[in-house]
Each structure stands twice: as C-alpha cells, then as structure tokens.
Design a protein around this ligand. Structure first.
Ligand code: MG
Ligand code: MG
Length: 629
C-alpha cells in the first residue's frame, strides 16, 4: 500500500499543504487543479517542490465532461485534454482523473464512451501518460463503478484504467463485492472517503460532508476489503471535501488522514489475511479495563479549594507521593491525583490552563503495547523522567495536549500506588458518599477538533462511537459524541463547542483549551449519596422548579417522587434501557464541574437534561467581558 491524499483535503496554500502532507508521512499527493491555478508558481516548479518533499504525484485532477459528447463539443474536449496533458508533463504527473460526464448535452452509450476513451488512451500513450475513469454518484449517464468498469473494459487500452472512489460507491449503497472481480492491473487508483449518514442531495453531501475513513458511518472497510481482494496494492488516496477541514489545522488534518489510512489497512488485513495489501502490522487495539485515575494540576490557594471540594464529595486523602507535592484521594474505586509541583509538565499545564484535570490513567491489558500502537498511528509518546526508584508509567500525548497514562498488571505498574506513594491516616470527619467508580470522563474540544479526538480514541482503543447528537445550550449548539467500550468501564463523552457563548465554548476559551470539563462518578443510591454529600457541606447545583413540573408530566411521575427529586436537585431520565439519575456540583473556575449518576440499566448520558443543567450552571458564570470575581 502506498498512501496519498488530495491537496483539496487540507487547508492552506499549495506550499503549506505539500509541507504538511510530507510531514505526516504520505507517499503521494493528488494535485487538485484549482490548488495549482491559485498558486503563484509554474507547474514545473510545483513538481520540483513535490519531489523535494520526497512525495510523488499520485494523480492530477479533475478532467470533467469528457465522454460521449456530440460534435463540435467532442473535438473541443480532446483539445482541452491535450492542454491538461501539457500541464501534467510539466508537473511530472502521469495519471489524470476523468470523472463521468454530468453535462446535459452528453450522449449516453457504453460503446460511444469506450471509443472516446480508446482515443484518449492513444493520445495519452504518446506522451507516456495514463487516464483513470471515475463514476460520479451523480453522473448523467454513468453513476455506478460497474458501468465505468464496463467502459474501461471495452476501451481495451493499456493506458486507460478505472478509478474507484468509496464515497461514490457507498453513497449509492452499491454492492462492494462487485469490485472483487475487477482485474487489479485495471484499477489505476483508489480514493477513500467516509461520511456521516445524512439524507441529502448526493452532490452537496459529497462536497461538504466527506470525512476520513473511520470518522463517518459508511462501510469503508468493506469497500477496501473488496479492493484488496483483487490483489490491488497501489495507492490508497484520501479525497475529502469537508468545510471543517478546509478551515482547520493543516497539520492535524494531515496527521488524522495518515492515521485513518493506517487504521483502515490494519482492519482490512485482519479481516482478509490472504490479501497482498502491504501495510505495517500494528499491535491489537487496546482493551480498556477501566479508568485508573484522573490527575489535576493546581497550585497555592486553588489547591486548598480543590481539597475542600474533594472532601465535600466524600473523598479521603489516602496517600502522599514520596518525593513530590502530589496527593492521592480515593473513594470506592475512584482515584484522584492532585499535583501541585512547581516543575514538570503538571506545572506547565497549570500555568496554561489554571487548575484543571489535565491527565488521566487507563488500565489496559498491555500498557507498552498500547503506546507502541499509538506511536505507530502517529501519536506522540509522553516522557517525563521519574525520581529515583519511582515507577515509569507509559504515556502518550492526547490530541488536546493532555496526557493519557497507561497501567497494566505488570510488576511495577500494578504496584504503582505502593511504590510511589506513602499512605496517610484518613481524616475522621469525612463522610463517604457512596461513590463507586468513574462513570464517564467528559472532554470538551473545539468543534474543529472533535473528529480528531474521536479518531484518536477509536483507532487506539477497543471502543465504539455513538452517532453525533446536538446538545442545545441557550447560547448555541454543542455537538456531542460518545466513545465507550462494551463493558461500560471506559466511557468518554466528547463535546465540540462552536462558539464562546455556550458553556462548553466558554470553558475552552477561558481555560485555554483544557479538555476535561467534567468527571462523572457512579453511585448505587443517588438519594443516599445526596444525603451524605449534604452532611459533608456539599451544595448541589440548584435545578429550576419548572424542570420538575415538566418531567412529572412528561414521564407521568408520582408527584411525591418528583418532589423527592426536586428536593435533592436530582435530574431524571428514562428510556427503553432503564432509568438515569444525575446530580451536579456547582461549576468551579471557568466551567469545570463534577457529576454523580445512578444507572438503573440506562445506557445513555442524559442528553435531554443537558439544556436544564446548562441553564442552571450559566447563572454562575461571569458575563462575557466582565473581570474575574
Ligand atoms: Mg473521487
Ligand atoms: Mg455527563
């Protein structure tokens, strides 16, 4: 497999695009004609820049409205083709994409189209060039790769081949198995794109909503398996039209693209072990057993505030780090680390984001294997020298800049808490609130980074993603998607904030991109927990009375039960899977908070309650532009 990406996929001018594509480790690049036209360098110079970056031009595109034209248009299309061939020779590109004709004057007819391609093949051959034919999903006469293949077959010219594009095939729900019988040497290039399932006009969907394989809902893996089954081992090239990508970070989109292709090839090879597809073998996706800890960075007075808050939530300070200004708090299986070091990464995180949950630890089967897989997929290893005798914890940088530590059952890692920490006597006045486990971690990211973060989790860990839902904030929409494992021991809710008027957007802006916005803990008895918390001096987020009138009517609740929920400020949801109870802390700082949940079979995250929770929390946020209180 050789990897390639179309210049149209990433943002920037052609020079910036090529630099980012090369840095992400692609072998080739599709030059989009428009990117060339709006760039102030000649095709020959662009060709040199491409080669200086160590890249190859996998394709020049597009050439439109070619086949089946009546005269005098037919003659003119051949003249246009010769002009494109001139540019290609200057560039050093040997393959051009011809997409199926959409012109209303195009004449149908497989043999007419085949004859046109045979002539084009002759002209291309004279210059040592090749022509690839792609069926657009909205082509006038040809909109199916099977018909495009029939035309290529009948053209019967060595310089004319087929270009397959997963979007065009999958958007029309065509059977991918029809690809398996195409001879591999007749497939000149394979373009890949995924997309979220949205019912809309094909052309608009394609031009604005494509995304990287694995980021959407289309069966791109099945498509690629069928391609690989032919024996094809040439370029897999990303051709993604996406408004977000065009305005996003050139570097991170290129890195995501490479990651998505490596992950896709890995899945294909696992599903079709006999295929020729040459791609690196990755360690297995890591099975997450649970969230081992979450670590806060803090300092000074903020450290004391955090300690009070944790005490009210029923956490006991159980241990202190042997050599560092680091405390360990625990309740049930939940471990929270409070790091107030003046040096190192935690301190840097504090200076950038303020008090924040900047790192988390996961328990996996194989911590080092997980890091290896992450690095193979383009993630960055995180290293910070441990003190003498202390445990080195394998770790990686998260896309948001935080740290993900990995623990497993190996000798040192399983004894981390005994080796690095010294136990201390618990404070007697604290009341355990019955918090048992981490239920979920909620990360808030810029909307542009949502797909990046989801791709990071889904390619590295054995998790699935749920469809995206819109959370209504009185200040705008927040897009939310969940990654979770089958056991429910690892759940991350991801929120993409589009503007600063939402609570999520405010949090990101004011904490300078910090990503963990809330931690949710589970209890087996929400009302007992609420009572214990009150005994510790905890004040829950106060929920408006209107909410309780609404759910009483909506769910037909017993008025006494609704009143009990109201007195405890507990939110309620119910669906086919079961019942859900939620209790929130007030917000701390610029929008961080804690959540306590009780699940009675319920599988979701209380999305219908979000607007009520957000409205209640926003009363405590300082208005935009006001000084910090
Ligand atoms: Mg295409
Ligand atoms: Mg939550």
């Amino acid at each position: 497999m050789k990897t390639s990406i179309a210049t149209v996929t990433v943002s920037g001018d052609l020079g910036q695009k090529l630099a980012a594509i090369a840095a992400a480790g692609f072998d080739g690049v599709e030059i989009f004609e428009n990117d060339l036209l709006v760039f102030d360098k000649s095709p020959a110079e662009v060709g040199r820049i491409v080669r200086d970056h160590g890249l190859e031009i996998s394709l020049f595109q597009p050439f439109r409205d070619f086949e089946g034209m009546p005269e005098p248009y037919r003659g003119r299309t051949f003249d246009r083709a010769e002009r494109k061939f001139d540019v290609m020779q200057e560039l050093g590109a040997d393959l051009v994409l011809v997409c199926s004709n959409v012109s209303p004057i195009a004449l149908g007819g497989i043999d007419r189209a085949a004859a046109d391609f045979r002539e084009l093949g002759e002209r291309a051959a004279r210059r040592g060039l090749r022509v690839g034919y792609e069926a657009l999903a909205w082509g006038r006469h040809i909109n199916d790769h099977r018909d495009a293949w029939e035309i290529v077959r009948r053209a019967d010219h060595a310089n004319v081949g087929l270009i397959l594009d997963s979007f065009h095939t999958l958007a029309r729900r065509l059977d991918t198995n029809s690809i398996r019988s195409i001879p591999k040497d007749r497939i000149f290039l394979v373009q890949l794109a995924d997309a979220p399932l949205i019912d809309m006009d094909l052309l608009y969907w394609s031009r604005h909503y494509r995304n990287m394989p694995g980021e959407g809902d289309l069966p791109v893996t099945d498509f690629t398996r069928a391609v690989a089954a032919t024996g094809y081992d040439g370029y897999l090239s990303l051709e993604i039209f996406n408004d977000q990508f065009r305005g996003g970070s050139t570097r991170s989109i290129a890195v995501d693209g490479k990651r998505s292709l490596l992950y896709l090839a890995d899945r294909v090879k696992r599903a079709e072990p006999d295929v020729a597809l040459s791609a690196p073998v990755l360690p297995d996706r890591s099975a997450v057993k649970g969230i081992a800890f979450v670590e806060f960075s803090t300092s000074g007075g903020k450290q004391d505030e955090l300690a009070v808050m944790l005490g009210q939530l029923g956490f006991a300070k159980v241990a202190r780090h042997r050599t560092k200004d680091v405390d360990l708090y625990q309740q049930g299986d939940i471990r929270l680390i409070v790091n107030a070091e003046k040096h190192g990464f935690a301190s840097t995180a504090y200076h950038v984001h303020g008090t924040s949950a900047y790192a988390f630890g996961l328990t996996v089967d194989d911590a080092n294997g997980t890091v290896e897989r992450a690095v193979a997929l383009g993630a960055e290893r995180f290293e910070q020298a441990p003190g003498p005798g202390e445990v080195t914890i394998p770790a990686i940088r998260e896309p948001g800049g935080g740290v993900c530590y990995l623990l497993d059952g190996s000798e040192a890692l399983s004894r981390l808490w005994d080796i690095d920490f010294v136990g201390i006597a618990p404070e007697p006045e604290r009341i355990d609130a019955g918090l048992r486990h981490f239920d979920h971690i909620a990360q808030t990211v810029r909307y542009d980074d949502l797909l990046t973060t989801i791709l990071f989790h889904t390619t590295l860990f054995d998790v699935r993603k749920t469809p995206m839902v819109d959370i209504v904030d009185p200040g705008g929409i927040v897009r939310s998607q969940v990654v979770e494992n089958a056991e429910g021991t690892f759940r991350v809710t991801l929120n993409g904030a589009e503007n600063h008027r939402t609570l999520a957007g405010h949090f990101i802006a004011e904490s300078f991109g910090s990503s963990i916005q809330h931690l949710a803990f589970s209890t087996d008895d929400i009302f007992a927990t609420a009572a214990a918390l009150a005994g510790n001096g905890f004040t829950p987020l106060e929920i408006f009375r209107n909410y309780y009138d609404d759910i009483e009517a909506r769910f037909g609740l017993d008025p006494e039960f609704a009143e009990r929920l109201r007195r405890a400020n507990v939110l309620y949801d119910r669906d086919d899977s079961g019942e859900y109870f939620q209790l929130y802390s007030p917000i701390y700082g610029e929008g961080f908070f804690f959540e306590i949940v009780e699940r009675r079979g319920y599988k979701g995250y209380g999305a219908p309650n979000a607007i009520f929770r957000i409205a209640a929390q926003k009363r405590h946020i300082r208005p935009m532009g006001m000084p910090r209180g």
